[in-house]
Every structure is written in C-alpha cells, then in structure tokens.
Design a protein around this ligand. Structure first.
Ligand code: 13P
Length: 256
C-alpha cells in the first residue's frame, strides 16, 4: 500500500496573528498547487491564529489544511480556558494535534485524556494527529517500544475502525524534540513499524496499512528525505523548521 505523505507544521506557541498571516502567505506564495496531488500538507498555529491562517489559504484557493494543537472533549459548558471541537470545525480546522509530549509533560495530559480527545475528535469530524514518544530515560533503559505501543493502545482504546482511519500517529521521541538531535532513520523506522504493528493488533491489517505514521523531532530540510524514505514513515510533524517558509517548503518537496 502506498500511503500519501503528510507534512504538518506544529507552530507551538509562536507567531502573533500578524506573524502567522505573514508566514502562511509566504508558504502560499512558494507553493505549487500540484504538489497537493502527491503530499498532504497542514499547519497547526496557536488557537487565535487559526481563523486568520484559514483565511489566507482560502483566499489563495490553496488546500493546505489547518489544525489546532489541542482541544477539549466536552461539547460546551463551564470549562474555563478550553476550546471545543465545534468551535474548531466552525473556523475550518481539519486537524488537531493530541497528546503532544509538551502537553503531557508540562500540562499533565494523561493517556486517558488523549483517548477522550481522540474519540471526541473522530466523532466530530476532525482528524487527530496523535503524538506518542519516549523520554531519553525510557530509551536508555530499553523499553521504548513497549512504552510507545502502550501509548498507541491507550489512545485508540474504544475507537472504532472506521473512525480510526481518519487519525494519524506521530512518533516524536522527546529527546529529539527541539534538541537538534534527530532520531536516525533506522531508529525512527523501528518505532514507526512497531506503531503500525500495534495498530494491526487493534484493527484489520488493511486499516493499519492505510493509516499514516509520522516522525517528529528536529526534522528539517537536511534530514527529511532520508527519514521519509523509510517504509513506515509517512510524513513529518515539524516544529522549529516549520516556522520558516523556505525550510517548510523544502520538507514538503522532500515528501513528494
Ligand atoms: P522540533 O521539530 O522543533 O524538534 O519539534 C518537533 C515537534 O515537537 C513537533 O510537534
């Protein structure tokens, strides 16, 4: 099965509205529409930038997807500071990152929270980008495959097969995020293959085969091609390098 690569930029807590609009315009300016036949592309700006960035791509008739970096699973109510799926859908959000290690580590997001968010997102018609990945301590200790696969099982618990198909998994080893220390293609492939094998335990082989598994962690224009050449790596979730239009575009090109 040939899976279409997905290149998604995670802007994290960077870019005011003005800066976000400029970055989206720069991406759009350098983008050839035909590329989207060969690769799916999305950017995930902070909440307040979402609508302005959607507007830029809509104005340019460019089908680059826009995603949020987080969401709350309840439909509405007294949840101060949270954002609902309906709110995201209304402004044209197609994707949502869930369970990023920064949210797990800094904001106490648990596997159970991630599971509730995945279920609510697929029910609500927004495609989750489910992040998994081990710390350096877990890697050094040697149990990283068990650790990551347990995160995958937890995230998809009770998610039915048809709905799961819309989700992608992003393997992001914490030791590679923002450190400049990228996983080697072999290290990334080993875990991405294990993620797919875990999906195949939960769902039919055909479904696991169709689902995309991304790599993230210091991915840039210099290392993307080799990582993306691995059979079980179907794209990238890009942090730092997605904040520069030229770098992001180069990664998109490497994914075609
Ligand atoms: P960097 O590409 O900056 O390492 O960040 C990766 C990441 O966390 C994407 O979600």
């Amino acid at each position: 099965m040939t899976r279409k690569n997905l290149i998604a930029g995670n802007w994290k807590m960077n870019n005011t509205i003005g800066e976000a609009v400029v970055l989206a315009q720069e991406i759009s300016y350098d983008f050839y529409r035909d590329w989207l036949e060969l690769v799916d592309v999305a950017v995930c700006p902070p909440y307040v930038d979402l609508k302005p960035v959607v507007n830029v791509f809509e104005f340019d008739h460019l089908k680059v997807g826009v995603g949020a970096q987080n969401v709350y699973w309840e439909p509405k109510g007294a949840y101060t500071g949270e954002i609902s799926i309906e709110m995201l859908r209304e402004i044209g959000c197609e994707w949502c990152i869930v369970g990023h290690s920064e949210r797990r580590g800094l904001f106490g997001e648990t596997n159970e929270d991630v599971n509730k968010k995945v279920k609510a997102l697929v029910d609500g018609g927004i495609k989750p980008i489910v992040c998994v990945g081990e710390s350096l301590a877990v890697r050094d200790e040697g149990s990283y495959l068990e650790y990551v696969c347990a995160q995958v099982r937890a995230a998809f618990a009770g998610v039915d097969e048809a709905a799961a198909k819309s989700a992608v998994v992003a393997y992001e080893p914490i030791w590679a995020i923002g450190t400049g220390r990228t996983a080697t293609p072999e290290q990334a492939e080993e875990v991405c293959a294990a993620v797919r094998a875990t999906l195949a335990e939960i769902y039919a082989d055909k479904t696991a085969d169709a689902m995309r598994v991304l790599y993230g962690g210091s991915m840039n224009e210099g290392n993307a091609a080799l990582l993306l050449a691995e059979p079980d790596i179907d794209g990238g979730l890009i942090g730092g390098a997605s904040l520069k239009a030229k770098s992001f575009i180069e990664i998109v090109k490497a994914a075609m």
